[in-house]
Ligand binder design. Structure first.
Ligand code: ZN
Length: 459
């Protein structure tokens, strides 16, 4: 059967390769690489000939500093060990609720806790599995009530310091934890000393098999080789006296893993829609069209980790972020993220829809990517996305370097110039040689993405 199909395979190969080459070309826009001075307002993303300009941002800032959350203090103690719960396992977890913070697996969350029962809970966890659940809460102004999401993520403590103020006797905890596994809440109950507990089901991570595995004939495998193996195949074929003409064509036109789709009723582009490698490349190309720093931050991640990295860093509103967190498959998660990325072009004030930034303005000031969680001295956690250019914002008060999330930069509160809503902070370099000299940290909770197609989540 396979040998009978081989002439068809070779005859159609030119058409296949040509069509796939066109697909690859579609993935990358024609771009003109320019370098911009981010201290000016002339960092336009459109060049004179109308092509989208790739922004290159040169930073001298050490991007490992925000990840360390050094503003929490240098005296935190590392704790070791990791607990992984089975998929679908039903477990009971202590819960902390955070308004407008939706923790994603792999994401770091810093916490500064003051409530006595929460502090005691964290100290007790150090003798157990160091794992608690994080669930977001949302406030409804209509009926003046707040509600908890039904989906959350386990967080595992990896660095902590507890202390008690000698004068007041108040105990506090400063700590860092990392998101691990998603869960769905089955039921809540509150213990007598105030700790919120939840019975949860750990959500599984579905890994789909190679869709073409059963359709690929054995003879196809020897041609689906990497370029380094091509010479070996040629020698082997020669020693067995096979037809050299076929070998030469294959050497020039290599088969790929989608070629065997021609033995099925679906064309290659259908299988590409559900191929993680293809989806990751398309998302990386999309990120690269925003600016170069984003693509570098996401290197060396497997498909599941990459899908969570993208989810963490997309400036989505709460409902879209929770929807993506509820998806059990990396393929579907990547498809949904790509759809949103291609539709989203601007970031707006959540209260009044005033445009404050463009997606091309997003860049990384942290090794975790452009969006990360930071905690202020009052214990309030902000998920903050960094942009090098913003508009429609007004400054409030004087700059301060105290407890700065970006060491070496002073922060100034910014508000929406139309409605006065708090939007985040402007960061300005305290040292002359630090680059960039200024940038903005916008609160994810204050933003709503400008998405053209409201039906993008219906897949
Ligand atoms: Zn506004």
């Amino acid at each position: 059967m396979a040998d009978e199909l081989q002439p068809l395979l070779i005859a159609d190969l030119d058409a296949i390769i040509d069509s796939e080459s066109e697909d690859e070309d579609d993935d990358v826009d024609e771009e003109e690489e320019i370098e911009v001075d981010i201290n000016t307002d002339e960092a336009g993303a459109t060049s004179a000939n109308g092509a989208t300009a790739r922004i290159q941002i040169n930073t001298t800032f050490d991007k490992s500093l925000p990840v360390a959350h050094s503003y929490l203090g240098e005296d935190l103690e590392d704790v070791r060990g990791r607990t992984i719960h089975d998929d679908e396992a039903c477990i009971t977890l202590p819960i902390i609720t955070l308004p407008s913070v939706i923790l994603v697996p792999g994401q770091t969350i810093p916490l500064h806790l003051f409530q006595s029962h929460t502090v005691a809970m964290m100290k007790n966890l150090l003798d157990k599995d160091k794992t608690f659940g994080v669930i977001t809460t949302s406030y409804s102004p209509d009926d003046n009530s707040s509600s908890m999401a039904s989906i959350g993520t386990t967080a595992e403590i990896y660095s902590i310091k507890d202390e008690t103020d000698e004068r007041s006797g108040i105990a506090t905890v400063r700590m860092k934890a990392r998101g691990r596994q998603r869960f769905r809440v089955i039921e809540f109950h509150r213990q007598t000393h105030g700790i919120l507990m939840a019975k949860v089901r750990i959500l599984p991570e579905r890994v789909l098999p190679d869709h073409l595995e059963g359709a690929r004939p054995q003879s196809h495998y020897r041609f689906c080789c990497c370029p380094a193996q091509q010479e070996f195949v040629k020698t082997a074929m020669d020693s067995q006296g096979h037809v050299l003409a076929s070998i030469n064509m294959l050497k020039k036109r290599q088969l790929n893993k989608f070629t065997s789709s021609y033995f099925t009723q679906w064309p290659p582009w259908v299988y590409k829609m559900y191929d993680t490698e293809h989806l990751i490349n398309r998302i990386r190309n999309e990120l690269c069209s925003w600016n170069d720093t984003l693509k570098k931050d996401s290197n060396d991640l497997d498909p599941i980790d990459f899908s969570y990295w993208v989810l963490q860093n997309l400036p989505l509103d709460d409902s879209r972020r929770i929807h993506l967190l509820s998806i059990d498959s990396a393929v579907q998660r990547l498809r949904c993220e790509l759809s949103i990325m291609q539709s989203c072009s601007i970031l707006c004030c959540r209260e009044c829809d005033l445009e404050v930034a463009n997606k091309n303005d997003v860049f990384s000031m942290s090794l975790e990517g452009p969006l990360a969680a930071y905690v202020n001295p009052g214990g309030y956690v902000h998920e903050t996305i960094t942009v090098y250019k913003a508009k429609g914002l007004t400054l409030m008060g004087d700059p301060s370097t105290e407890n700065s999330w970006f060491p070496g930069y002073a922060w100034t509160i910014i508000k929406c110039s139309r409605c006065g809503a708090h939007m985040g902070w402007r960061f300005t370099a305290a040292k002359r040689k630090l680059s960039p000299q200024k940038f903005w940290g916008l609160c994810r909770a204050s933003l709503i993405p400008g998405i053209n197609n409201t039906d993008v989540l219906v897949l």
